[in-house]
Design a protein around this ligand. Structure first.
Ligand code: NAD
Ligand code: TYD
Length: 349
């Protein structure tokens, strides 16, 4: 038996990681540590909540005493750290929260692992990060693991800071760490503040689709389950001290993706062609909006044999169907704090 700590397991990517680990590794006890912020939702884990090898612990990674006590209680063999504040727009409105959770919270976990892992030869601290730490690309080029860090939003600066601390704990204290930096994920259970679920939800309710600037920014989209398979591989087979970039080889200009989404939604909702596109509303650009992200994922492909398995058309279709089939989920997760936040942000645009 092994005890694995997964932080942020009630969130979008974390809930899919928990599901895979609980089902695939019955000899692991999977401990989900999550603060249940607006983005954390235990409904995401209904199907595994009674599994004998799953435990939920509500808590804050910023709370050092709590984190240390948890390591004491479970004697973890490994950590997969996903808990974070994750939305760029929120980081622009409230950067301090991002510094607390993403930087201090990560350092607390590193310190707890360092303190409790006397012999760390068979242990592993896996930090889940983002390609946004590399900054913004022009028309050409891809982010590789050697690309210099150049974060430009409070979110990416906080994630970059946490990556640096993880590497510092490896070099200074020999903590057995591994890091991956992934491109934009999409799929079921993503909180409807990120582009795709927000726009799907707005189309369903005939609300405006706020396109930032001219909609020319480019993102590299990866289906969340493909990311989760990469996480499984990196956790078990990745080399200690190494970094792996994960991406979808799937670049889309925002406006092209939004137009495609509108077309599919018209068909699925039985609306006249062109109905959803009429909802497109160009709004003030995001401050410091990174122009393009794109990942060179050849290292993880060559060294660990990972490639994205799902075609984008299929992934998008599955994602849209999931949101259409789960109106209760959308209602529940958007009923509280987020609604007020979104109303304020949107009214101020
Ligand atoms: P999310 O916002 O959906 O979920 C974050 C989870 O962390 C939530 O369950 C939340 O309750 C929890 N959390 C937040 N603050 C916490 C705290 N102080 N203590 C304990 N739990 C806390 O995020 P996501 O999109 O699932 O992203 C997960 C991780 O993957 C993040 O580290 C993010 O930077 C990284 N990542 C995300 C993407 C993406 O496209 N979503 C891409 C690359 C990397
Ligand atoms: P988002 O999903 O917030 O991810 P990230 O900023 O981390 O890449 O945004 C994806 C792209 O969509 C990004 O270029 C910003 C743009 N966007 C809009 O145009 N309108 C919106 O309402 C949102 C949320 C995002």
């Amino acid at each position: 038996m092994k005890n694995i700590l997964i932080t942020g397991g009630a969130g979008f990517i974390g809930s899919h990681v928990i599901r895979l680990f609980v089902n695939k590794y019955p000899d692991y006890t999977v401990v989900n540590l999550d603060k249940l912020t607006y983005a954390g939702n235990l409904e995401n884990l209904k199907d595994v909540e009674n599994a004998p090898n799953y435990v939920f612990e509500k808590g804050d990674i910023v709370d050092e005493a709590f984190v240390f006590a948890l390591f004491e209680k479970y004697a973890f063999d490994g950590v997969i750290h996903l808990a974070a504040e994750s939305h760029v727009d929120r980081s622009i409105a409230n950067p301090m929260e991002f510094i607390h959770t993403n930087v201090i919270g990560t350092v607390n976990l590193l310190n707890a692992a360092k303190t409790h892992w006397k012999d760390s030869s068979d242990k592993r601290f896996y930090h889940i990060s983002t390609d946004e730490v590399y900054g913004s690309l022009g028309e050409e080029g891809l982010f590789t693991e050697e690309t210099a860090y150049d974060p430009r939003s409070p979110y990416s600066a906080a994630k970059a800071g946490s990556d640096h601390f993880v590497r510092a704990w490896f070099h200074t204290y020999k903590l057995p760490v591994v890091i991956s930096n992934c491109s934009n994920n999409y799929g079921p259970n993503q909180f409807p503040e990120k582009l795709l679920p927000l726009f799907i939800n707005n189309i369903i309710h005939n609300k405006p689709l706020p396109v930032y600037g001219k909609g020319e920014n480019v993102r590299d989209w990866l289906y969340v389950i493909d990311h989760v398979h990469a996480i499984d591989l990196v956790y078990h087979k990745g080399m200690v001290g190494e970094t792996y970039n994960i991406g979808g080889h799937n670049e889309w200009k925002n406006i092209d993706l939004i137009r495609l989404l509108c077309k599919i939604m018209d068909i699925k909702l039985g609306r006249e062609p062109g109905t959803s596109e009429k909802l497109i509303t160009y709004v003030k650009d995001r401050a410091g909006h990174d122009m393009r992200y794109a990942i060179d994922a050849s290292k993880i492909q060559e060294e660990l044999g990972w490639v994205p398995s799902l075609q984008f058309a299929e992934g998008l279709d599955k994602t849209i169907d999931w949101y259409l089939d789960n109106p209760e989920w959308i209602k529940n997760v958007t009923s509280g704090e987020y609604q007020n936040y979104y109303r304020e942000q949107y009214e101020n645009r």
